[in-house]
Design a protein around this ligand. Structure first.
Ligand SMILES: *Cc1c(COP(=O)(O)O)cnc(C)c1O
Length: 453
């Protein structure tokens, strides 16, 4: 096994692996999620020294602690410089309340942070091993665009993005369909769950092994690693002893980035877990009983319409619990969200509080925020701002804004009767030429398609 940091599966039945295998496999063969056996810790002096340096160098230092045996320092340094060539504003809203804008990347959502580094690392590994890879990703909106953009034109890698034709916005679709080259978008006549089912079946299909299939969804540890960095960065731009982070959450990948940052030594006083009407986590914290929301509730913060967050298995694991799904002999899920061991509720309640925010509260928050501060936020960020306001404390709070308001023009127009400014990354999309195939929700048709690429 290569590498210093070893990974095990949350389901405890898969062999240990190094980072490279965890990255290229995505999910462990026992359907668990990969967790590092040990989390590197930074000293207070190291964390203080981040005040003097810029984002790419902080990324290099934090990520380097995990990958120092896997990627040469000079290469990692170059990767972080190229990946993080955009601004990461920490905006002071009022005394003790800040917004962290994770929206300035090329597809205007926080998914760019993970996608851009992951693409570079996968590309490096493919080159080193002289291997061809096919990245398969099912998307309900933002992930597909970020992944497609990040992998565009990388040689020896093809990206196949499946999206539900009727469930993505026009701008989200165009972020996937206007690139061409090695990016192959597929519009499925079905729902997001159908896209995900096709992807999962492809991973388990022996006849597709020669394609070098790899996944880029948020169960991949490679997606979490880059998301640790902006928590360190945000803290370094404040003048504070400690901080509370408020994280708008769906699959809890963003939140897990923060939790790893805390375990690495960042003085986080608490996390506010902000969810929309999919309230399985706040209910769990309150009652100790975990019940997925099935089917998930449809809210305007569509990237957070998740009733059973996949990364919750990692959170349970870190707090001594074991969350899994019950499966039949073929691996098909019979019951999702099976708590085999309950996590330490006392520690969980010390480190986290959680709020479910209604659609009405989201609307009111967007309107109020604009009236009070002249600042436009969008539904995901508004879930965070509203949750931050419910949290009673004199701590410094940093709330994360995860998408640019211009991704939700209809909503903003309806609430405020204004058109959000369109960032350059999105502006070019409106008249770009689209190229994608349409497909019925049919596995064999999809299989033929990827085999012939
Ligand atoms: C994906 C996404 C989220 C949710 O992030 P998780 O890591 O799934 O919790 C929130 N906001 C936006 C805009 C997203 O694209």
């Amino acid at each position: 096994m290569e590498g210093r940091i070893i990974f095990r599966s949350t389901n405890r039945e898969a062999p240990l692996v190094g980072f490279k295998e965890a990255l290229l496999k995505g999910q462990a063969p026992d359907y668990g999620l990969y967790m590092p056996l040990e989390i590197p810790v930074l000293t207070k002096d190291e964390i203080d020294s981040f005040r003097e340096i810029e984002y790419p160098q902080i990324a290099y230092t934090v990520i380097g602690r995990f990958l120092e045996d896997e990627i040469a320092p000079s290469i990692l340094k170059k990767m972080t410089q190229e990946a993080y060539n955009f601004e990461v504003p920490v905006q002071k809203i009022r005394k003790d309340f800040y917004l962290l804008w994770l929206t300035k990347g090329p597809t205007a959502s926080f998914k760019d942070f993970a996608a851009r580094l992951m693409a570079r690392i996968m590309h490096l590994f493919a080159k080193q091993d002289n291997k061809k890879l096919t990245v398969l990703v099912a998307t309900s909106g933002d992930t597909g665009g970020a992944i497609a953009n990040a992998f565009h034109k990388l040689e020896n890698i093809k990206v196949v993005v499946l999206f539900p034709e009727c469930e993505v916005t026009e701008r989200q679709r165009k972020q996937m369909t206007t690139l061409g080259d090695n990016i192959f978008p597929v519009a499925i006549n079905g729902k997001f769950d159908d896209c995900q089912a096709i992807v999962k079946r492809a991973f388990n299909d022996k006849e597709l092994e020669s394609l070098g299939l790899t996944s880029a969804n948020s169960i991949n540890f490679g997606r979490l690693l880059p998301q640790i960095v902006y928590y360190f960065y945000a803290f370094s731009r404040l003048n504070a002893e400690d901080v509370v982070f408020c994280v708008p959450s769906g699959n809890f990948g963003n939140l897990m980035g923060g939790v790893f940052a805390m375990k690495m030594g960042l003085p986080v006083k608490r996390f506010i877990v902000a969810v929309n009407e999919n309230d399985e986590f706040p209910r769990f914290l309150e009652t100790g009983i975990y019940r997925p929301v099935v089917p998930s509730r449809v809210c305007s913060s569509n990237a957070m319409n998740v009733g059973h967050p996949s990364n919750l298995a990692r959170l349970f694991d870190l707090y001594g619990g074991w969350l899994t799904d019950e499966r039949d002999a073929n691996g098909k899920v019979i019951k999702s969200g099976l708590v085999k061991i309950k996590p330490d509720m006392v520690s969980l309640k010390r480190d986290f509080c959680a709020y479910s925010i209604t659609e009405k509260e989201v609307d009111e928050t967007i309107i109020r925020f604009y009236r009070n501060y002249g600042i436009l936020i969008e539904p995901h960020g508004a879930v965070g701002v509203s949750a931050s306001e419910s949290f009673n404390s004199d701590a410094i709070i940093v709330s994360l804004e995860t998408a640019d308001p211009a991704k939700f023009p209809e909503k903003i127009k309806a609430l405020l009767n204004i058109n959000p400014d369109v960032p350059p990354s999105i502006a070019g999309l409106d008249d770009a030429v689209e190229n994608f195939v349409r497909m019925e929700n049919n596995y064999n048709e999809f299989k033929r398609f990827v085999t012939e690429l």
